[in-house]
Every structure is written in C-alpha cells, then in structure tokens.
Design a protein around this ligand. Structure first.
Ligand code: GRG
Length: 299
C-alpha cells in the first residue's frame, strides 16, 4: 500500500473535472421544467468527490477502453449517487439540513421537489447508460444491469432499509452493521468498478478481482466515513461532526472503538490492493493509491 508515483488527489481531480463537464451537459437545452432542472443540478453540481465515476473510468481504462467512451456511463453513476444523497437527506429518512456544507435539496427547494429531483436523476441515469456508444450493445446492457442490481433492492435501496431498521437499535452485532454497509454503500461502489470492467470487455476471472477490490474498498471507505464523524472533519463531511451519534446511528467506532476501526480500515484497504496486485501501469497505481487515500483521510 506504499507506492505513490501517481498523485492520487491530482488524478482524482482530473477524473472529476472530466466527469463534471459531462454532468454540466446532462440537462442543458432539454426543455426540462426549470424548477426540476435547478433542483437536479443543485445537487449534481455541488462538488462531490466523483469517486464512483473515477473507479469506473479507471478500471475501464485499465482494460483498454478509451475515456471518451466510458465518460457518459461513469457520469450516469454520479446521477444515481446524487439521487441517493437527496433522498437520504429527506425528513422521512435522515432528515439532514446540510449536504456538502450547503442546504440539502429539500431545504433549498421543498420536499416534493427533492423527491422528484431524485426520481429524475435516477431515471435519467439509466437513459444515459443505455445510450453509450462505441462498445457492443450486450456489454452496455450487462453493465447497466449491474448498476440496477447495485443501486436497487438487492443493493443500495435494500441497505437503506436495513439502516432504518438498525437506527436507534441497541446491541447491534458487527455482522449486521457490515451487512447494512455492504448493501448501502458497498454495492454501488462494487457496481461502479464492475461496470467499467464489463464495458471494456474484461474476462470473467478479471471481473472477480474487480469485485473483490470494490467490496474491500467499500468497507474501508465506510469505516473512514464513520471515523471522520467522530474525529472531526466538517469540511470533508459537509455536516456537523457527531451527526451519526446524534441520529442514533450504529457506526464502526460506536461498535468496536476508534482504534479497532482504524485497524480494520487499514486491513480492508490492504485487501483491496491485494485483489488487484497484478494491475500494472498508471491505473493499477491509481486504484491502489485510492484505497490507501480513503483510509488516510481518517487516520
Ligand atoms: C435513499 C435509496 C437511498 C439510499 C441512500 C448512499 C446512501 C444510501 C446514503 C448516503 C448516506 C451516507 C453518509 C453514507 C455513508 C457513505 C457515503 C455514501 C458517503 C457519501 O459519499 P461520498 O463521500 O460523497 O462519495 P461525495 O459528497 O464526495 O459525493
């Protein structure tokens, strides 16, 4: 986990700039109701890290696919991520007033608009994916289907339901927490990785490596996110430190303590790196560096 020839922050920024340009075009000149367009763009262009599209782009590039071909698909993943954040902040869910340091979508607009902005983003994402040009149609269909699985009832939406069930519950087991996060946070990260490999036509044995990488990265990312809420980085979190505890959330630090959380995060990032140990070249370095970086943010 120590190689650092690729500047991870700079590379992530480059990916994010590329994706951002695509996101800015998504809803332009389409005759969409101005309030809905404003609400979708308010959250979509609010400065996220764009980590999930970067994973898709980098893995597709590792297997030889041009960025130009992958960018619309990768950007579509960010639409799904943005929808999930808008709905997660709603009063019926986490009831958060802030996201990325700004009023959450329903605070800036209203609840109904926020629900519809999320719906619009999710629907548009699948339209963007299915319209990808430059790769065989069966790969596009398979990649979009992977995203539907990761974002849907067997993935992120299912994880959100488990999260609601566990919130405020006492004596939650570590296994229950891990299951919840594997679905809520991990499934979209895995799907971002896997879809990039599928679009590029990677072989089955390669797909297994990519899934393994994504699963471990997802856990490392979630533990780091939980730790930031405790050790404090409001700039990174975009919401007050201690929000998880205030909401009765079970987190890695609340279950196993901060030191054990740190150890587990480092272990998960190492396992992610191990899964793609044979990825040579700049993308391999970036992907391993990213695994180390998500943990370093919180250590
Ligand atoms: C409402 C269906 C539905 C799902 C919501 C992803 C999710 C499920 C909720 C987000 C809540 C949350 C804080 C989860 C912890 C990990 C996480 C996904 C953090 C946000 O992702 P980042 O750090 O965000 O990639 P940016 O702002 O960089 O895009």
């Amino acid at each position: 986990m120590t190689e650092q020839r690729v500047d991870i922050k700079k590379t992530l920024k480059n990916y994010s700039t590329t994706v951002e340009k695509e996101l800015e075009k998504c809803f332009a000149d389409r005759g969409i109701e101005p309030r809905l367009k404003d609400a979708m763009e308010y959250s979509l262009l609010a400065g996220g890290k764009r980590m999930r599209p970067a994973l898709c782009l980098s893995i597709a590039a590792h297997y030889g696919l041009d960025f130009d071909v992958t960018v619309p698909f990768a950007a579509a993943i960010e639409l799904i991520h943005t929808y999930s954040l808008i709905h997660d902040d709603l009063p019926a869910m986490d009831n958060d007033d802030l996201r990325r340091g700004k009023p959450s979508n329903h605070k800036k607009f209203d609840e109904a608009t926020a629900i519809l902005a999320g719906d619009g983003l999710l629907t548009e994402a699948f339209s963007m994916m299915l319209n990808v040009q430059g790769v065989p149609a069966e790969r596009v269909l398979q990649a979009a289907s992977v995203l539907a699985y990761g974002a849907g009832p067997n993935g992120m939406v299912g994880g959100q339901v488990v999260d609601m069930e566990l919130t405020g519950k006492l004596d939650v087991a570590l296994g229950e927490l891990q299951h919840m996060h594997a679905l809520k946070t991990g499934a979209l990260i895995v799907a971002s990785c896997l879809s990039g490999a599928i679009l590029a036509g990677a072989k089955d044995e390669e797909l297994a490596k990519v899934i393994d990488y994504g699963k471990h990265l997802g856990i490392a990312f979630q533990i780091a996110d939980d730790m930031l809420d405790v050790i404090g980085d409001e700039k990174e979190l975009g919401k007050p430190v201690g929000s998880d505890e205030a909401q009765g959330k079970n987190t890695y630090p609340s279950l196993i303590g901060i030191d054990e959380s740190r150890n587990l995060a480092i272990q998960m990032a190492s396992s992610a790196c191990l899964a793609i140990k044979d990825f040579a070249g700049a993308q391999g370095e970036f992907l391993r560096g990213l695994a180390a970086y998500v943990v370093q943010r919180a250590c």
